[in-house]
Design a protein around this ligand. Structure first.
Ligand code: X8Z
Ligand code: ZN
Length: 613
């Protein structure tokens, strides 16, 4: 249900609308014969898109509402209602995408051509045309996300107290007892076991839908959404990974040694993968929570944001207010009153919700919402900025035609709030009154290390999730190897290992939200790199000329204006055009993240006993 989710629904809606329109034209079910059907006229194409956008908007709003209620109140009924809405949207979208083929070869305006293309690529969940199979698929996806949302670990069996994911995550973040961490890790991963068989069927059905739409499989369809050939996109991901890998390697070596010192060589051998339960995060995807174990002796960053937030008795809403205040300092409007009335900030005690944070665009205008079980800590301080980045993007492109109401590509959506959060620097925290004085420059390494534990540690995880899924969709990884292949990738890219032997009874990928929720993940890898590129451009715009990590654009209206202009473009142009508008650059590029962390890289390499270049 994150922004991504909405997008899916949006498109589903588009298709829905289109399908209704299509019902009036007699058409075959065979896409190939459709493509050779008599081409429509330019005027028809315009009318087709116009009607589609209007209808899709209505349908998507309905879909969003059903989904919002389902995600904030998981029951069999809300799940069924959301599945039905989704089914209608997918059905319509599929038919509309087929219809759009009639106009493919006409000499249309670039705007219309782009809309037709977007229409065909919009689904995240392609579904078979067979109504029974389509129903089965949408029920499966609703159930998988619901099962994840309801997932709990009951240490004393069903009768004792059960822990929800935020509670387990809190223990994983703060406990330093390897046995307790292992229990939590194993306990949570159990929730995915029943999801496995649904996932197998989901892959079959969704692939069938993708094939019917002319794609090799669902993964190929996902890779086609980046204004370039799918293979070129995969190569682009690999190019960027190779650019940043040396940074990860340096951080990894340092971290493993420190953990080995802390837990002993029997628990963390220095020549083996790091046990995944010791990194402060359930998926070992960001390691900021173990900063205290790794802090440099003479270069600690000098403050503890979690402790500060707690000492100030910050509540959930106030956490969100801080995020809003950053955006308004850049010249954005305050969030609408409906945002504050309708959002969910706190995990309710009396019902099941999907706690995984997401930002919603209910009416594609001003009814934006946040759904987050906010914890009062540093991690969620960042997540709040991340989510509001989605909401401000949504509002910025809301005046564009419906089919352009999305980000330049999905990584842009993920990068905006994080870009803003990069400006949460010590001088900014002083401005907020969180710290009395800006720490001495000797604290810079500690600051950079803390940040790297989130941003650099994330990169291989961000990369591998869809390496796994692309192979699952293509059939290269079959159901009998799901778990084995998952851990091969986790070892290869992250260098982590499970805390206990795993088998094909387990379904460890399913213990990560985006797998049962079917949210693509390559976007986060790209966003982790892109946000530094954005940061560099906005800092340049703000006239900042010092080291990139010291820049904060807080309060800078010029930088805000630059950002707003790019956000307002939505999806109306291929993403390199949007990137150029903001950065002057046309390619995604890791030099900004590398520059940002350059002093840390030298320091780590020294610590690791390597000569710096
Ligand atoms: O899912 C999210 C956001 C919502 S779009 C909270 N993120 C990824 C994750 O949690 O795995 C943000 C970073 C990566
Ligand atoms: Zn996001």
């Amino acid at each position: 249900m994150s922004f991504i989710y909405q997008r899916r629904q949006l498109w589903l809606g588009v298709f829905f609308l289109l399908s209704v329109g299509l019902a009036l034209m007699s058409c075959t079910d065979n896409p190939d014969s459709l493509s050779t059907a008599a081409p429509g006229s330019k005027e028809e194409a315009e009318k087709f898109i116009q009607d589609a956008e209007k209808r899709l908007l209505e349908l998507n709003i309905k879909g969003q509402r059903a989904d919002w209620v389902k995600s904030t109140f998981i029951t069999d009924d809300t799940e069924a209602i959301a599945a039905e809405a989704n089914e209608r949207l997918i059905g319509a979208t599929t038919e509309l995408a087929e219809q759009a083929r009639r106009y493919e070869n006409l000499d249309l305006s670039p705007e219309l051509k782009r809309k037709l293309k977007l229409l065909k690529l919009s689904l995240t969940l392609p579904a078979p045309k067979d109504p029974a199979e389509r129903t089965e698929l949408t029920k499966l996806t609703a159930a998988m996300e619901g099962d994840y949302g309801k997932g709990k670990y009951c240490p004393e069996g069903d009768k004792g107290k059960c822990l929800t994911l935020p509670e387990i995550e809190q223990i994983i973040a703060t406990s330093r007892d390897p046995e307790e961490l292992k229990r939590m890790w194993l306990g949570w991963h159990q929730i995915a076991v029943p999801i496995r068989k649904d996932y197998v069927r989901f892959v079959e059905l969704s692939n069938k839908g993708a094939k019917e739409m002319g794609f090799k499989d669902t993964g190929a369809m996902w890779r086609s959404k980046y204004d370039m050939e799918p293979d070129a996109f995969a190569a682009e991901m690999e190019r960027l990974w190779q650019q940043v890998k040396p940074l990860y390697d340096s951080l990894y070596t340092y971290t493993r040694r420190k953990l080995s010192e802390k837990y002993g060589k029997e628990v963390v051998p220095e020549d083996k993968p790091i046990p995944a339960h010791l990194l402060g995060n359930m998926w070992a995807q960001s390691w900021g929570n173990i900063y205290p174990l790794l802090a440099p002796a003479n270069a600690d960053r000098g403050y503890d944001l979690t402790a500060i937030l707690k000492a100030r008795n910050t509540d959930e809403k106030q956490m969100v207010r801080y995020g809003e205040a950053f955006f308004t300092s850049l010249g954005f409007e305050p969030l609408p009153s409906t945002f504050w009335e309708r959002s969910l900030f706190k995990q309710p005690a009396d019902r099941e919700v999907v706690c995984h944070a997401s930002a919603w665009d209910i009416d594609y205008e001003k009814d934006v919402r946040l759904k987050q079980c906010v914890q009062i800590n540093e991690e969620d301080f960042s997540v709040v900025h991340h989510e509001l980045g989605h909401n401000y993007y949504q509002m910025a492109y809301s005046t564009k035609p419906f089919l352009f109401r999305d980000s330049a590509n999905d990584a842009f959506h993920e990068a905006i709030g994080d870009t803003v959060a990069l400006s949460v620097t010590p001088p900014y925290l002083k401005q907020l009154g969180f710290i009395d004085k800006v720490p001495d420059p000797s604290a810079d390494i500690g600051f950079l290390l803390d940040r790297a534990l989130d941003k650099i540690a994330f990169l291989p995880f961000g990369y591998l999730v869809d390496q796994w899924r692309w192979k699952v969709f293509s059939g290269e990884i079959g159901p009998n190897d799901y778990n084995k292949a998952w851990w091969e990738l986790r070892e290869k890219y992250q260098g982590v290992a499970p805390p206990a032997p795993r088998s094909e009874q387990d379904f460890d990928p399913g213990a990560k939200y985006h797998v049962p929720a079917n949210t693509p993940y390559a976007r986060y890898f790209l966003a982790a790199i892109l946000q530094f590129q954005f940061h560099r451009a906005l800092c340049r715009e703000a006239g900042f000329s010092g080291p990139l990590y010291q820049c904060s654009i807080y309060g800078n209206k010029k930088a805000g204006e630059k950002l707003k202009t790019m956000l307002a473009m939505g999806q109306s142009e291929p993403w390199p055009v949007a990137l150029k508008a903001m950065t002057g650059e046309e390619k995604m590029d890791a030099t900004a993240i590398i520059d940002y962390f350059a002093p840390l890289k030298s320091w780590l390499d020294e610590q690791n006993g390597k000569k710096t270049e």
